[in-house]
Design a protein around this ligand. Structure first.
Ligand code: ADP
Ligand code: ZN
Length: 433
């Protein structure tokens, strides 16, 4: 099912035309209404007249997370406060919060893109959907909430936490769709298994998972544990919240709502565009936002773009899985390591639970990498030789993927902390030194 066929299946030429018109509008808006943007454009020697089509976008200066912090809280608004009807703030995974203001029209755009997502997952007005993303300043809860109401589904605004009640609601209300972070979905899956209910008493069929990086291996894990189809939803507070992109039934990349959020991929070192299909840093320009439009915002998320039309009929560009943020990347003894690489190995070993924690330190001038992994109950044993053998096999598999040898610490079942929102899986102690 497609929510907005006219837009989602538009020809590339028409899409570029629409993007060009909207880019000119948004550049005008920030130039005449937001001093920091005007100043920066003047420094770069350009005016709105230099922007004639979407292909001129690379003439514009970038905006960074630092800019959002420097102009905290409202310095980057392009609409007067009287037009702002809501604020959200980033959860602050990487430092001080960032505050974003929305006009009524921004909220409408958010609902529209959210509706495209939930429709693509096969959900509609006859379905009960539980939103277990946190409600509040975090965009996850209210974002998914607005999307479900827009498609006419029945929303259960559970928010995160109170896991037993979540399971009861899911069971009693015949919930078909569950929206939460993949790490919270794992937690719920465990709780469901231990609950008084049987799996077949649930109507659950669809997972709407995002707000943190997750791998295809984790997808398979969640799908088999919950007996569902698990879809990706992507978004970020600065741009709007969840709904910037979504998977379709073919799950071959995340379609981006590029009529509202124009994506580019750049080389994070040079700022230059990468070659078609190459991995780099994702950059967004919001084409229709009023409250806090963003021009060439550097997300730090690493991914690639694919412009081939999709088998689902949508022509919108598809983004590859987010490898991680550039600031999640660990450089250990000179080797680049992403937590997602560790996750993919751990999820593939049946002896292990999909829970892990990465600890990095520097001892005697040497980087150390310890990976704590949780052993599945059925494989956990008092026999030292068995456990040593398992440790060796994990280390070997990880070494072939990461390129460096990690230390493995085997943990008892259920001993690694579970997450109810975005999981924290890395502790880099070197930063404190
Ligand atoms: P914070 O920056 O404080 O974490 P946000 O909630 O705005 O606040 O987080 C947005 C970020 O979360 C994205 O930039 C991306 O790194 C990550 N993210 C969101 N959705 C996904 C997804 N589906 N896959 C991978 N990463 C995601
Ligand atoms: Zn598709």
């Amino acid at each position: 099912m497609i929510w907005n066929e006219t837009i989602e299946c538009m020809s590339r030429k028409e899409m570029e035309k629409l993007q060009s018109i909207r880019l000119k509008q948004v550049v005008d808006k920030v130039y005449y209404n937001c001093e920091p943007y005007r100043k920066r454009m003047q420094e770069a020697g350009i005016t709105p007249n230099n922007i004639r089509s979407i292909h001129d976008i690379s003439k514009l200066p970038f905006t960074s997370k630092k800019d959002l912090r420097d102009y905290y809280p409202f310095g980057l608004l392009s609409s007067p406060m009287s037009e702002i009807v809501r604020v959200h703030a980033s959860s602050g995974t990487t430092g001080k919060p960032i505050v974003v203001g929305y006009t009524r029209k921004d909220l409408d755009v958010w609902k529209e893109v959210g509706a495209r997502c939930f429709t693509a997952y096969g959900l509609g007005k006859n379905d009960v959907i539980q939103v277990s993303y946190g409600y509040g300043l975090f965009t996850g809860g209210l974002g998914a909430h607005g999307a479900v109401e827009t498609i006419g589904g029945t929303v259960v605004p559970a928010s995160s936490g109170n896991t037993d009640k979540q399971i009861m609601l899911m069971h009693d209300l015949g919930v078909k769709g569950l929206a939460c972070t993949p790490s919270y979905a794992l937690y719920l899956a465990e709780a469901l298994e231990k609950s008084e209910y049987k799996r077949e008493e649930f109507q659950l069929k669809v997972g709407v998972f995002g707000a943190e990086p997750w791998t295809d291996e984790m997808r398979r894990e969640l799908e088999s544990k919950l007996g569902i189809k698990a879809y990706d939803i992507y978004g970020l507070t600065e741009v709007i919240g969840p709904g910037v992109g979504h998977e379709c039934e073919f799950q071959n990349g995340t379609h981006l709502c590029e009529d509202h959020f124009f994506p580019e991929i750049i080389n994070p070192e040079t700022g230059e565009p990468v070659k078609k299909g190459e991995i780099g840093e994702l950059v967004f320009t919001t084409l229709t936002k009023e409250g806090m439009p963003l021009v060439r915002f550097r997300t730090r998320d690493l991914t690639s773009l694919n412009y081939e039309p999709c088998a689902c009929g949508r022509t919108s560009v598809r983004m590859g899985r987010i490898l991680g943020r550039s600031d999640d990347m660990l450089i250990i003894r000179g080797v680049n390591v992403f937590p997602s690489q560790v996750e993919s190995v751990i999820c593939e070993m049946e002896e292990l639970e999909p829970h892990y924690f990465i600890e990095v330190d520097r001892i005697n001038n040497m980087d150390t990498l310890e990976i704590q992994v949780e052993v599945n109950e059925n494989f956990y044993s008092d026999e030292i030789s068995k456990m040593l053998d398992l440790k060796k096999r994990i280390a070997h598999k990880l070494q072939s993927v990461l390129g460096i040898q990690p230390d493995i610490r085997l943990m008892e079942p259920r001993s690694i902390e579970r997450s109810q929102g975005k999981a924290k899986r890395v502790n880099d102690k070197r930063k404190l030194q």
